[in-house]
Structure formats: structure tokens, C-alpha cells
Design a protein around this ligand. Structure first.
Ligand SMILES: Cc1ncc(COP(=O)(O)O)c(C=O)c1O
Length: 435
């Protein structure tokens, strides 16, 4: 090419959660039974969609209106429904025009960071859900600017570190909060969230708060939506149906803009996101029409409560299985359905292995771990996959130099779930003892 056609941020776009699948599939072909614990899709892990929910969708499918475009911002009745529910809590007040629908939050994230001036940065957590950190880094063509989630303190944000990142980096214009968090499963207490909002207020920043897991909180933990405490700080909350309903295949999520008119620059920025959606026309119609009917159905509360109860039980099974292993740091998951396990510094080496009976699988794993630059946690993840078939994601692929792995709590069968965590515990011990 006579001109470089590759975007300066292209190198920042990685998504190990799906990359690892190609390795797992190859091992499957070589005869390795595989347990997919890498992707946060409850439906792929066998979540049963209740008949009443399917009936709502089926009725909508029979209506011609479902087949049309929706307005660019999204179906008006649905936005009014969301705004009324939001306003009835108190806190930030919005109307239907403060809501904008996207084709899933993945689409929202791409546009929100994509339309930010390339020199303006949003400080993101480390570890960080990759879609956010990659999109932010790609927009700037540089490494993400990060604040620490502390594994020694329940994976809560380190507010001192956050303030330092803001104070010494004048390019920082916003703070990203993910609560409850992916990949750590942490749920932030109100005091921490208030501390983050206070920093935004003091340094004149805006806030993005991803609340896609807001209704999946357990183990007695409490948190608040950002709308409760945002005060006058310009902010964007992200919500969606992928995890809660769950309907990830519908590609439906939305943003709620708080204090959208208080700051002219923020107002212009939000308008540019709306304009970009207009250029694209609109987002998916069917799930927007279904949403109010599903969440106000008399069975919805019980249905969600049953799932949340299962995640709570499984979070404890997982924690009990891993908490006493020397060399690893684990926290009980309190929200969403992920657990991040961190290896203590120095616990991993390039000489550790797990025994793999199948010689073809062993040869494939040895090939994968042979490059000198394979990170130590990726090496562990490959060996675990080869030796046990359990597919997890290296923690270092979540915008952190910390070594570990992320696993989901989505396996529904309790016996299989227990087996998976016992197998992981045994294999961590074996791996750490092997060299
Ligand atoms: C924190 C967080 N935000 C957003 C998303 C993406 O959701 P969507 O399916 O709406 O694109 C995910 C998916 O795993 C997530 O974990």
C-alpha cells in the first residue's frame, strides 16, 4: 500500500475471551472434552428462557410494527418507561430524550469512545472488561490509562491511585466505572462510588458507569445506581438486557445521560454520539418493544431472583474451592457472574507444566507455550485447557499486568460446577509445585 491503511489504534483491539475459543476448538478436534467457562453468555451455558418470556417475544413477532426501523434514539414508549422508572427512585431525573438505544452495549462502547476527541482520555479500571479498555485505547492510539482495582481489598477501586492518574494526566477527561464488575465480580459500596464521583466533580470530569449487571448482586451486598449519587456531574450510565433477561443475541442496550445540559462540551459530545447513531439509522426494534413487557411481567422478579440465588450459591462453592491455595489470591464474587483469580507475584514460572495424556494435545500445548513472549498466565491457561479441558481466560488479557485467570459461574449443573472448581484447585496446586 502506498499509504499506511492501518488505524493507529488497531493494535489495541484484542478480545482474548473469544480468541481462546479457537484453541479450545482445535483441542476438541484432537479428542479433548472441553468445558467452556470463558464467555459470559448465560444462554450458551444452558439458561432456560421461560415460556412466558418467549410468548411475549412470539406475540411481538406476529405484529408488523416489529419489522420496521425504530426511531434513532429508540422506541419512544420504551424510553418513557425507562425514564419513569429511573425518576421514581429520586436522584438524577431524565426524560425520554436522555436515553439512546444501541445494538448492544458493545455498540454503545465503540461509539462512546470512538467519538471522543483522540487526545481526551477516559481512565479505565485495571483489570478491565476488554471491550471498554480496547475501545478507549484504540480511540487514542495508545495504551489505556488505568486505575487499580485492588485484589487485596475485594477488588475495589483504589481511590488514591485513581486520583494520581487524574491529577498527573491532564488529558484525562472522564472516569469509567463498571459496577458490578467484569472481570472481578466485585460490587462497589456506595462510599467508594461517592468517592469516585467526588473526584470527577473536583477535577471537572465526566463519568461513564457500566451497570449492565446492576440487578445481579448477592451475598448480602448493596450498591446504588450512579443516578442516585451523581449530583451535578455529567454522566452516562449503560444498561442492557444481555445478562439480565438474558438475551445477548438480541443486541440491545442503552445509555442514560445525566446532567446532559449542564456542560456545553459534554452536551456537544452526547449530540455527536446521537448523530453517529442517526447516520447508522437506528438499533434493533424487537428487543426494545419486548423490554417493558418482560420486566413488568409478574413472573420476572421471581425468575431473576432464582438465577441470582444460584449465582450466590455457586460464588460460595467457587470461593471455598480456591481460597486456601498457596500462591493465589481470590475474592468471593458478589455480583455479575465472574471470578478473577490472581497468582501471587513470582508464583508462576516458565518451567511449570501439567501432565497431558493425549500426545497430540500435549504437542499442541507445547507449541502454543513455546514462544518466549507468552505471558505466564496464558501459559497456565493453555496447560489447564490441555490437561483438563477447562477453558478460562488469562487475567493479563484484561488490561492488567497481573497474572491470573477469569472464570464464569454460569455452569448450571451443580455437580459439574463443583467438579470444575475442584479440578482447577487440584491443577493449580500441581502446576505451582511442578517447578
Ligand atoms: C461490563 C460489560 N459491559 C458490556 C458488555 C457487553 O454487553 P452487550 O451484550 O450489550 O454488548 C459486557 C459483556 O460481557 C460486559 O461484561
Amino acid at each position: 500500500m502506498r499509504t499506511d491503511i492501518v488505524h493507529s489504534g488497531a493494535g489495541e483491539l484484542t478480545y482474548e475471551i473469544r480468541n481462546i475459543v479457537s484453541v479450545g476448538e482445535k483441542l476438541q478436534q484432537l479428542g479433548r472434552k472441553t468445558y467452556w467457562e470463558n464467555i459470559g453468555d448465560p444462554v450458551a451455558k444452558g439458561e432456560k428462557i421461560p415460556t412466558w418470556m418467549k410468548e411475549i417475544v412470539a406475540e411481538l413477532v406476529m405484529e408488523d410494527a416489529t419489522y420496521g426501523y425504530s426511531p434513532t434514539r429508540g422506541m419512544l414508549e420504551t424510553r418513557q418507561f425507562i425514564a419513569e422508572r429511573r425518576n421514581s427512585r429520586g436522584g438524577a431525573q431524565i426524560d425520554a430524550n436522555d436515553i439512546l438505544f444501541f445494538n448492544g452495549l458493545g455498540d454503545a462502547i465503540t461509539k462512546i469512545f470512538g467519538f471522543l476527541r483522540s487526545t481526551a482520555r477516559v481512565v479505565v479500571p485495571t483489570p478491565s472488561y476488554t471491550t471498554h479498555s480496547s475501545a478507549e485505547a484504540a480511540h487514542a492510539g495508545d495504551r489505556p490509562v488505568t486505575y487499580i482495582l485492588d485484589p487485596e481489598n475485594n477488588w475495589y477501586p483504589d481511590l488514591d491511585d485513581l486520583e494520581k492518574r487524574i491529577k498527573y494526566n491532564p488529558a484525562v477527561a472522564g472516569i469509567l466505572i463498571i459496577n458490578p464488575d467484569n472481570p472481578t465480580g466485585a460490587v462497589y459500596p456506595e462510599a467508594i462510588l461517592r468517592g469516585m464521583i467526588e473526584l470527577a466533580r473536583r477535577y471537572d470530569l465526566f463519568v461513564i458507569c457500566d451497570e449492565v449487571y446492576h440487578n445481579i448482586v448477592y451475598n448480602g451486598k448493596k450498591t446504588v445506581p450512579i443516578s442516585d449519587i451523581v449530583g451535578e456531574v455529567p454522566a452516562i450510565a449503560m444498561r442492557g438486557i444481555s445478562k439480565e433477561m438474558p438475551w445477548p443475541g438480541s443486541r440491545c442496550g442503552w445509555i442514560e445521560v445525566y446532567n446532559g445540559h449542564r456542560d456545553p462540551m459534554f452536551e456537544k459530545y452526547v449530540q455527536s454520539i446521537l448523530n453517529s447513531k442517526m447516520v447508522e439509522v437506528c438499533s434493533t426494534t424487537l428487543p426494545q418493544r419486548a423490554y417493558p413487557r418482560v420486566v413488568s411481567h409478574p413472573e420476572y422478579g421471581n425468575y431473576l431472583a432464582e438465577r441470582v440465588e444460584r449465582y450466590e450459591k455457586y460464588s460460595n462453592i467457587a470461593y471455598e474451592a480456591l481460597k486456601d491455595i498457596d500462591g493465589v489470591l481470590v475474592n468471593r464474587t458478589n455480583g455479575a457472574f465472574y471470578m478473577s483469580v490472581a497468582f501471587q507475584e513470582g508464583a508462576l514460572t516458565h518451567g511449570q507444566i501439567l501432565e497431558i495424556d493425549n500426545s497430540q494435545v500435549r504437542a499442541e500445548i507445547e507449541r502454543l507455550v513455546s514462544p518466549a513472549n507468552v505471558s505466564l498466565d496464558k501459559r497456565f491457561v493453555y496447560y489447564l485447557l490441555g490437561a483438563t479441558g477447562i477453558c478460562v481466560v488469562p487475567l493479563s488479557s484484561f488490561a492488567t499486568s497481573m497474572q491470573g485467570f477469569r472464570i464464569t459461574l454460569l455452569e448450571r449443573d451443580e455437580a459439574t460446577f463443583r467438579m470444575i472448581f475442584q479440578t482447577i484447585a487440584e491443577n493449580i496446586r500441581k502446576y505451582l509445585a511442578s517447578a
